[in-house]
Design a protein around this ligand. Structure first.
Ligand code: PEP
Ligand code: MN
Length: 263
C-alpha cells in the first residue's frame, strides 16, 4: 500500500494550515524533550517568528540509559498542547507504548514513532488503528525494505497519513552521531508515495553541520527538515550537545531561505 506502484500520486498530510508532501518543503522544530512550559513557550515563539507551524517535543523519551531523564509523560503532552494552541502550532510527539496511542490522539497532531521502536509491531498496529497522522522514524540499522514494511503495518490498518523520517543510521564513523543516509530520500520518494522528512539533528549529533545537511536533504527531495531547538541547550535534560539555541535557529532559517531550496 505504501508503494508507488499502488498509488502514483504523492500522499499529502495536512496539518492545520501546513501540508507535508505537496511539493513545498516545511520545517519541524522544537526541543528534544519537553522540560517546562516556559521552555516550550520560548521555542514556540521562535517558531512563530520564523513562520514554522510544526512543533516537536518529546514527552515520553526512549533513553539509552535508564538513569537519564525519561520525560514528563502526560504532563509534557499537556504542556505541548496548551502552548501549541496559544501559538496556533501543530504538535509532534513520540509515543512509546501501544496503550498510550489512544490517549495521545487527545493531545498531539502527529504521533512520532522513534527509531528504537520502528519494529515495535504492536505499537505500529496501534498507530494504524487511529486517524492521527504518524511520523515514523527509520530504525538505527534498518534497511529501506524494513522501513517501508514498518510503514505498511500502519497503513494496512487504515491510517494512511504516514510520514517517513530519515534520521541517520549506525556506521563506523564517529565524527557524527549517526550517518545521514542521503540516498534514502530519493529512494523513498521513488519507491513510495509517502512524504519524507530528514531529521538533521539526530543524524549529525552536532550543531555545526546542520545547515549543509538540511540543504542536502532539500536538494535530494525531502518534504521537510526536522531540527531540535532549545532556549538554552547547555542545560538541556537530553541531547544537550546537539540542540541549537534560538538565535542559531533564526540563522538556520535565514540560511535556508537564502539557499533557494526553501521558500
Ligand atoms: C527524537 O526525535 O526525539 C528521537 C529520540 O529520535 P530517534 O528516535 O530518531 O533517535
Ligand atoms: Mn533528541
Amino acid at each position: 500500500l505504501v508503494s508507488r506502484k499502488k498509488q502514483a500520486e504523492d500522499t499529502v498530510v495536512t496539518l492545520g494550515s501546513t501540508q507535508v508532501g505537496n511539493g513545498t518543503p516545511t520545517i519541524v522544530a522544537g526541543p528534544c524533550s519537553v522540560e517546562s512550559e516556559e521552555q516550550v513557550r520560548a521555542v514556540a515563539k521562535a517558531l512563530k517568528n520564523n513562520g514554522v507551524t510544526l512543533m516537536r517535543g518529546g514527552a515520553f523519551k526512549p533513553r539509552t540509559s535508564p538513569y537519564d531523564f525519561q520525560g514528563l509523560g502526560v504532563e509534557g503532552l499537556e504542556i505541548l498542547r496548551r502552548v501549541a494552541d496559544e501559538y496556533e502550532l501543530q504538535v509532534i510527539s513520540e509515543i512509546v507504548s501501544p496503550s498510550d496511542i489512544e490517549l495521545a490522539t487527545k493531545y498531539v497532531d502527529v504521533i512520532q514513532i522513534g527509531a528504537r521502536n520502528m519494529q515495535n509491531f504492536e505499537l505500529l498496529k496501534a498507530a494504524g488503528n487511529v486517524n492521527t497522522p504518524v511520523l515514523l522514524k527509520r530504525g538505527l540499522s534498518a534497511t529501506m525494505e524494513e522501513f517501508l514494511h514498518a510503514a505498511e503495518y500502519i497503513v494496512s490498518r487504515g491510517n494512511k497519513n504516514v510520514i517517513l523520517c530519515e534520521r541517520g543510521i549506525r556506521t563506523y564513523e564517529k565524527w557524527t552521531r549517526n550517518t545521514l543516509d542521503i540516498s534514502a530520500v530519493p529512494l523513498l520518494k521513488n519507491e513510495s508515495h509517502l512524504p519524507v522528512v530528514v531529521d538533521v539533528t539526530h543524524s549529525a549529533g552536532r550543531r555545526d553541520i546542520l545547515v549543509p545537511l538540511a540543504k542536502a536533504a532539500l536538494a535530494a527531495g525531502a518534504d521537510a527538515v526536522m531540527v531540535e531547538v532549545h532556549p538554552n541547550p547547555a542545560v538541556a535534560l537530553s541531547d544537550a550537545q546537539q540542540q541549537i539555541d534560538i538565535p542559531t535557529f533564526d540563522q538556520f532559517m535565514t540560511d535556508l531561505h537564502a539557499s533557494k531550496l526553501f521558500p
